[in-house]
Design a protein around this ligand. Structure first.
Ligand SMILES: [Ca+2]
Ligand SMILES: [Ca+2]
Length: 106
């Protein structure tokens, strides 16, 4: 009985750690870089000319693996946009070699 209770508590803590941050009303910024999820579209925008790529990392509902959606063109006027991504649970914006924001709900 004691063992069962411990496992349940750990699972709850993990869920809160991922979903506990604020919901995103607009783009989530990492410095000048940003990303967001709008409907079924995932967007990543690299706005810093520094050699570090930018991607929006998406966590999906269920057992679907977490995936990275890159701004494949670097810091220019175009962002990376990927349609048809349903089932998004949470996302964060990451700068390669630097780090990521916290997780946000779309
Ligand atoms: Ca950059
Ligand atoms: Ca770009």
């Amino acid at each position: 009985m004691r063992r069962t209770l411990t496992v349940a508590a750990t699972t709850t803590f993990t869920a809160l750690a991922i979903a506990g941050t604020a919901h995103a009303a607009g783009p989530v910024y990492h410095g000048n870089d940003y990303g967001y999820v709008s409907g079924s579209t995932v967007v990543a925008c690299d706005r810093e000319v520094d050699g570090n790529g930018v991607f929006t990392q998406v966590d999906f509902y269920g057992s679907q693996a977490t995936r990275n959606f890159w701004d494949g063109t670097g810091a220019d006027s175009e962002c990376g946009a990927y349609g048809g991504e349903t089932n998004v649970y949470a996302f964060r914006v990451c700068e390669d070699h630097v780090g990521c924001t916290g997780w946000y709900r779309p």
